[in-house]
Write a protein that binds this ligand. Sequence first.
Ligand code: COA
Length: 144
Amino acid sequence: MSTEDAGILERAKERGSHGRQQDEGVLVIRTIAMPADTNPAGDIFGGWIMSQMDLAAGNLAARVAQGRCVTVAVEGMQFLRPVKVGDEVTLYAQLEKVGRTSMRIHIDVWARARYSKDGAKVTSAEFVFVSVDDDGNSRALPTE
Ligand SMILES: CC(C)(COP(=O)(O)OP(=O)(O)OC[C@H]1O[C@@H](n2cnc3c(N)ncnc32)[C@H](O)[C@@H]1OP(=O)(O)O)[C@@H](O)C(=O)NCCC(=O)NCCS
């Protein structure tokens, strides 16, 4: 990565930073897994977790782009452990890379059982978002 590219990434990270930076990234969403979010087996539905991840990455992307963004790709989705009803679910976002219009955002999801002290990582993935204009065409990210 050139010095100039590193500078653009650093400025984008500044725009996207909100809250305390932790090892896993910035905490973007913390919610509770509810009975309405289960699959037929009674565990939390993977699609619900994926939508929370898309929301978390989209929130960071919108801050970085300072405008409308769309998901263009999701890569490397891994489900490491099941999430149970009542778990506290926490999503961390980390801006990995910026291009002219795109942002690569790593999302880690942790779950903590309601009465437990410790949590564990349950899912992670890389989201690529593109900054778009009002017509849905890709739009350059702000450089300042
Ligand atoms: C996102 C979208 C506007 C991109 O349009 P496009 O004509 O491919 O635009 P471009 O070719 O200018 O690409 C824009 C950027 O996206 C990146 N990109 C496009 N497809 C990609 C993919 N599959 N994976 C990773 N990056 C991708 C390009 O590399 C480019 O990055 P850069 O500008 O940082 O170099 C268009 O594909 C789209 O509208 N997709 C649907 C988005 C959507 O509806 N999402 C919600 C789904 S529920």
